[in-house]
Write a protein that binds this ligand. Structure first.
Ligand code: SF4
Ligand code: SF4
Ligand code: SF4
Ligand code: FES
Length: 952
């Protein structure tokens, strides 16, 4: 069982490869050069009292508790601030030191409430421990004098409270916010006795710049900053190490429990993706797992107009299996399909695609990556030979110039953003390409060198212009290209990209970015020692999404920025397991490991393993399934953990497709929007309720461990297995590790992966095989996966979605820190305090022209649909561009997004929709209908339409 509390070595580990030997309390100790005396002692098992030091922060040296004696030195140096030297002789425990430490502790305790027995930190308080460690038995100074004991508690943050009466002003919280999170929200206000910790300008935590990452709470050695869940329920008594279920950073967490109740989620110090850091979602927003809206009983109905009928698992699974077989008998094998979930584990995803291919007998399987990163798969596979990012996250610590294009890491990948900001504060240069002024453009101690504020839909023009400058100004890495890339493709590309039509000047009209800025940015990137590219859905979700990805790959190849730490092309993948769901064969044309279904050799591997013949024709993608349903030839679908009615574009079209089907099977945590069209509802399980693995954006396979029992009784993989059995297929895994063994047997990039090895190594980045038995942090070292890198031609073809007099603005969409995707989870947590509805960001100039003021209700209309939401006036967006998030079904931004999609992968063009915005006090028709439908579903009285809207 994992340790509840990890060892705190006091100061960070040194990475120096040289070693130093010293003596501590008579013990000979060998440590890396640069290690502090405190850490050297701790590593040798000798504890030195400390309060201001912790190993996630640089030493500070304020508390003077960690003093030691060093032979040949005068006085009592602070061990946290003294670096080891060869032959040093250190004593940590002498009568003089004891006296000194007791004196310091006495002063601390004289201004600290003596309420240990009733304190929330009792049993897990460093102050309490140190008092015991130094042998403090009495406090000579009474509480009559000036003290802070009555200071007012700040309970404004929904997840943690701040009790200044318990604060020892050690500054660990301030330093955690600065060094780890990079938000700089806290300061020590006042001097001497009057020093107090202050959030922003002595605001409450809620009103301050704090983003609730929890780093300060984690760092606090007392009960001053404390999780409210611990205050309410008491200290945890056991821990389970697992992986966050939200985003593609894949942070490792300790789920800390009492009995079967989760008390808190604490970021795991040895987590390879997050190194002990977290964001508000993973750290605090897990309450949805026990929300009363969870559906825990299977339900069925014959028609979608019938009320749901709760049944047991056997009846629900039997009903679903019978309907699938009836439909296949009547309409043919191809009339059914499945959608895998990027929220579920690799093992669960593998099973759903296996169910489709081996049990349904079709390749009609797709995943939500269709609507986000499918262009990444296509683009990186075409150029490099594999469909994944090239680096690990730690690589950013060696980057000299960073391009962030079409990504908003501080909101969407916050823990990685903190790591990136740390590197930027150390001096790395930054180029941001985004229509919107995202936080990274200017954030404390970080200022982008260039903000290329391009018009939505012109990524390819911008990337081509950057490449044009590199080629025409002779900034290429010719040696890299000659050695590592296909020469014929390169020559063609070079001729193409050097054409005047690709110059920054020629592209300026399309992109709106001044040519000089583009030239400066291109020179900066090309002349960087290490140039790293990070991109997100702002690149992929376009009609030329795949082209833009290939353009970025061309840029990196042309400048030799591949195959070593600090460089690369890195998709910041959205959901916790979107990388994994793609790896596991969720696309209709590919088996696990991105191998085409038409490949006889590959197919025979699975035919042998699964014991039957498999279809060699690619199946239907999600949009094709919907179209086929409307055409009357596609009749049944099994959707695990995805709400396509909210997440996919042109909602009206999706609704028409779903309502044309005869059997829609939904497996989810909540009665989601798509479930309105379902005939079978199977309760899903949260990440806390099952074993398995997630694969994050750096190809890192992390273990997910069951902390509590599934609320509905079955983990998602068990439900898929039961469905397969009911359909007559012998599927009988007793644990997800057996599914991983099957993945390893059938998939070359996973050959060396097993649960046993994951337990041993903590995590593994694929490929993991005989050649790379412990995984691959950096891809394409020495040669590309496809052999030679391939430059691809990337002509800029403007999207057909154009502005017009009727639709003069361009809408683009994105995410916000506190909410997640369709919001099904985060909307059911206190995160609503930060973002309770989707807002429309509009530039002051555009707002004034339309008579719109902040907070006004506005209608946004596109060629497809209309929705109403409230306006936020901001110059974060340029004139001509409006922006919204898509977290709330009440506003459903995708009502207005169009059917345009990426030419190669059908990934929808979410990021460009021509719209008009106008004042509109009334809701759109569909919103009124939605409220009414919601009211009926929830069984609320007729007058409570407001309640229907707010109950989620
Ligand atoms: S709040 Fe905690 S971490 Fe911050 S100064 Fe006070 S005791 Fe130290
Ligand atoms: S929660 Fe995070 S952002 Fe907020 S004050 Fe603490 S460290 Fe800073
Ligand atoms: S950054 Fe992503 S993975 Fe990490 S805690 Fe936040 S949501 Fe979870
Ligand atoms: S722990 Fe070294 S001075 Fe505080």
């Amino acid at each position: 069982m994992a340790l509840l509390y990890e060892t705190d070595y006091g100061t960070p580990a040194s990475t120096d490869s040289r070693t130093v030997t010293l003596t501590v309390d008579g013990l000979s100790v060998e440590v890396p050069a640069g290690t502090t005396v405190m850490r050297a002692a701790m590593e040798a098992g000798i504890s030195i009292p400390k309060l201001c030091a912790t190993d996630s922060l640089e030493p500070f040296g304020s508390c003077r508790l960690c003093t030691v004696e060093i032979e040949g030195r005068k006085g009592y140096p602070a061990s946290c601030h003294t670096t080891v030297e060869p032959g040093m002789v250190v004593r940590t425990q002498t009568p003089a030191l004891e006296k000194l430490r007791r004196g310091v502790m006495e002063l601390y305790i004289s201004d600290h409430p003596l309420d240990c027995l009733t304190c929330s930190a009792n049993g897990n308080c460093e102050l309490q421990d140190v008092a015991g460690e130094v042998g403090l038995r009495e406090v000579r100074y009474g509480f009559e004098g000036k003290n802070h004991l009555d200071a007012e508690i700040d309970a404004s943050n929904p997840y943690f409270s701040f009790d200044p009466g318990k604060c020892i002003v050690c500054s660990r919280c301030v330093r955690a916010c600065d060094e780890v999170q990079g938000t700089f929200a806290l300061t020590v206000h006042g001097r001497g006795f009057d020093s107090v910790i202050s959030a922003s300008q002595q605001d409450s935590f809620l009103d301050s710049e704090c983003v609730s990452c929890g780093a300060c709470v984690q760092a606090c050695p007392t009960a001053t900053l404390m999780e409210k869940s611990v205050i309410e329920h008491g200290q945890p008594e056991r821990t389970v190490i697992t992986t966050c279920g939200y985003c593609g950073v894949g942070c490792s967490f300790k789920a800390e429990l009492r009995g079967d109740q989760v008390i808190r989620m604490v970021p795991y110090k040895d987590g390879h993706a997050n190194h002990g850091h977290s964001c508000v979602k993973g750290r605090f927003a897990w309450g949805y797992a026990s929300h009363p809206d969870r559906i825990t009983k299977p339900m069925i109905r014959d028609k979608i107009t019938d009320p749901w009928r709760e049944v047991d698992w056997d009846e629900a699974i039997g009903f679903a299996a019978r309907r699938i077989r009836e439909i296949q008998a009547e309409h043919g094998r191809g009339a059914v399909g499945a959608i895998t979930s990027s929220r579920c584990t690799n093992e669960e995803t593998f099973l759903v695609q296996k169910l489709a291919r081996a049990v349904f007998g079709v390749n009609n399987v797709d995943t939500c990556a269709r609507v986000c990163h499918s262009p990444t798969g296509y683009g990186l596979k075409s150029t490099f030979g594999t469909s994944a990012g090239t680096q690990d996250f730690d690589s950013v610590e060696q980057a000299d110039v960073i391009i962030v294009i079409g990504a908003n890491p501080t909101d969407a990948h916050p823990v990685f953003a903190s790591q990136m900001k740390r590197r930027l504060r150390e001096g790395a240069r930054l180029i941001v390409a985004d229509p919107r002024r995202i936080d990274l453009v200017h954030t404390p101690h970080v200022q982008a060198d260039y903000h290329l504020q391009l018009r939505p839909g012109t990524n390819v023009a911008l990337v081509n212009a950057l490449a044009h400058v590199i080629v025409t100004e002779g900034l290429e890495d010719k040696a890299f290209v000659a050695e590592r890339c296909e020469s014929e493709d390169y020559d063609q590309w070079r001729e193409f990209i050097a054409r005047p039509e690709n110059s920054p000047e020629a592209m300026e009209a399309a992109t709106g970015v001044p040519a000089e800025q583009l030239r400066g940015a291109a020179r900066l990137y090309a002349q960087a020692g290490n140039g790293a590219i990070y991109y997100g859905l702002g690149v992929t979700e376009h009609s030329q999404g795949s082209t833009a990805v290939m353009g970025l790959a061309n840029l990196a190849m042309a400048t030799g920025n591949l195959g070593r730490p600090g460089v690369g092309v890195n998709p910041l993948r959205g959901q916790n397991n979107v990388q994994g769901s793609c790896d596991m064969g969720s696309f209709p044309h590919e088996f696990p490991g991105y191998r085409h279904v038409a490949d006889d050799a590959v197919r025979s591997i699975f035919e042998r393993e699964w014991g039957l013949k498999l279809d060699n024709e690619p199946g239907l993608r999600i949009p094709n399934m919907i179209d086929a349903a409307i055409a009357g030839v596609f009749k049944a679908i099994y959707i695990q953990g995805e709400d396509i009615l909210q997440s996919d574009p042109n909602i009206q079209h999706i609704a028409a497709g779903l309502s044309a089907m005869e059997c829609v099977i939904i497996q989810d945590l909540f009665l989601n929007e798509t479930a309105s069209y379902a005939h079978v509802f199977l309760p899903g399980s949260t990440f806390l309720e099952k074993d398995g693995t997630f694969t994050n954006a750096e190809r890192r396979i992390n273990l997910v461990r069951r902390a509590v029992a599934p609320a509905g009784g079955l983990a998602d993989w068990e439900v898929t297995q039961a469905l397969a059995q009911a359909l007559g297929y012998p599927m009988a895994y007793s644990h997800p590790s057996e599914i991983m063994d099957e993945i390893a047997r059938t998939t070359p990039t996973f050959t060396g992966v097993s649960f046993e090895k994951l337990e041993r190594l903590g995590s593994i980045q694929w490929p993991c095989n005989d050649k790379m038995p412990e995984g691959t942090p950096t891809m394409h070292v020495g040669s590309f996966v496809r052999g030679k890198g391939r430059f691809m031609l990337t002509p800029f073809i403007p999207t057909e979605e154009r502005t017009s007099r009727k639709f003069p603005l361009l809408l683009t969409t994105g995410r916000i820190l506190s909410q997640y995707n369709v919001g099904a989870q985060t909307r059911r947590t206190e995160n609503r305090m930060w973002h309770a509805e989707d807002l429309l960001e509009i530039h002051p100039h555009d707002a004034e022209q339309r008579g719109i003021k902040a907070g006004d209700s506005v209608a946004i209309r596109s060629r497809i649909g209309e929705t109403t939401l409230h306006a936020r006036i901001t110059d974060r967006v340029p004139p001509g561009v409006v922006y919204t998030t898509f977290h709330f079904p009440e506003t459903a931004a995708n009502v207005v997004t169009t059917d345009q999609s990426d030419w190669a992968t059908s990934c929808p063009e979410y990021k460009v929709t021509a719209v008009e915005v106008a004042l509109s006090p009334a809701l759109s028709d569909w919103q009124t209908r939605y409220r009414e439908q919601r009211r009926q579903t929830l069984g609320l009285p007729a007058q409570s339409v407001e309640a229907a809207e707010t109950h989620r």
